[in-house]
Design a protein around this ligand. Structure first.
Ligand code: ADP
Ligand code: MG
Length: 342
């Protein structure tokens, strides 16, 4: 292996310039964990210099496969650095400390998947339409630059306090279309990604498929086949007919949108650009849909029992412009125990 690709090696100026030289421990304070991934954890934090609230994804590159981890970090940072769109997460820079990269991004309240977890019921159609519209605009931007996200799902669609929708998690993204590797999360994967294992190539349309699965996830709380193990699900996606929305209370527009996203043959599936003209996302709707949803979610979080509350209180972290509220700050806060029915 080239010494330049070794973990933490900054000899290559192109790599060195990806990172700020400051010590992030001195710049960012009030760190509180808000998410977890295979790489490590994501934190709420405040930038000392501006008091701005940010999110920090800490990615370690020590231990086993440190060189591979380092390459993954460089890939994600390079990808984030090039993104400039209202519906993709804003990147603010990366720092290194103790074999850990600190990826600093704009702060979001939580993911669409967090909302499902708080409410324990599907979202309303108009809410799904706004979230889908935001994600689709982000995708159309990526696709117009020949990039593919490759891991579209409710857990990677984030919402901000003022009600914007942001695509996040570019750890699986590809900067070239067409691509041909087997990347993504099984239940959301397009048939052609699964089949790319032994045939051909795929493009941005794989994200359109995953967006269709995400619509079903938002409407039914889980993606189709979620009760199967991942291997069986992959086989099923490749071999069987496309899933459809189960309940018949959804509008024909919504149904048709999902059906279009889930065309098995990529040539029959519209591009993200064409889908932006679909009535489901274009239909008039109140400006405040997401703000109302966030308000409703915050109220629901306050009502959660202790265990769930601990997991979801992150949604309340940004109650004020300047950081966590007294409520969110108190880590050891004891909430009234759930009522015991005798
Ligand atoms: P992974 O590759 O492990 O899925 P993600 O980048 O998706 O990592 O981050 C994991 C989780 O952390 C997300 O699902 C989300 O809940 C939270 N998260 C990530 N980025 C942000 C952010 N900018 N603001 C708020 N929460 C975030
Ligand atoms: Mg993710």
């Amino acid at each position: 292996m080239l010494s330049n690709s070794r973990a933490g090696c900054l000899k290559d100026p192109e790599v060195a310039e990806l990172f700020y030289k400051d010590d992030p421990e001195k710049l960012f304070v009030d760190l509180r964990e808000i998410g977890h991934g295979s790489f490590g954890a994501v934190y709420f934090a405040r930038d000392m210099r501006s008091s701005e609230v940010v999110a920090i994804k800490k990615m370690s590159y020590s231990g086993k496969q440190s060189n591979e981890k380092w390459q993954d970090i460089i890939k994600e940072v390079k990808f984030l650095q090039n993104l400039r769109h209202p519906n993709t997460i804003e990147y603010k820079g990366c720092y290194l400390r103790e074999h850990t990269a600190w990826l600093v991004m704009e702060y979001c309240l939580g993911s669409a998947s967090d909302l499902l977890e708080v409410h324990r019921k599907p979202l309303q159609e108009v809410e799904i339409a706004v979230i889908t519209h935001g994600a689709l605009q982000g995708l159309a931007y990526l696709h117009s630059h020949n990039m593919i996200h490759r891991d579209v799902k409710a857990g990677n669609v984030l919402l901000t306090e003022p009600g914007q929708v942001k695509l996040a998690d570019f750890g699986s993204a590809s900067i070239v279309a067409p691509a041909n590797s087997f990347v993504g999360t099984p239940y959301w994967m397009a048939p052609e990604v699964i089949l790319a294992m032994d045939e051909g190539q795929y493009d941005g349309k794989v994200d359109v498929w995953s967006l269709g699965i995400t619509c079903i996830e938002l409407a039914e709380r889980k993606p189709p086949l979620f009760n199967m193990n991942a291997m069986s699900a992959l086989y099923h996606i490749a071999q069987n007919e496309s899933p459809v929305l189960q309940s018949n209370h959804w509008s024909d527009y919504f149904r048709n949108f999902v059906d279009s996203c889930l065309q098995k043959i990529p040539q029959d599936r519209p591009t993200s650009d064409v889908l932006l003209k679909h009535v489901f996302v274009k239909r008039d709707r109140p400006q405040t849909v997401i703000m109302d949803l966030i308000q409703r979610t915050k109220e629901a979080v306050r009502e959660l029992d202790n265990l769930q509350y601990r997991k979801m209180k992150k949604i309340l972290f940004q109650e004020t412009r300047n950081g966590p509220t007294a409520e969110a700050q108190d880590d050891d806060e004891v909430r009234p125990p759930p009522r015991v029915i005798k």
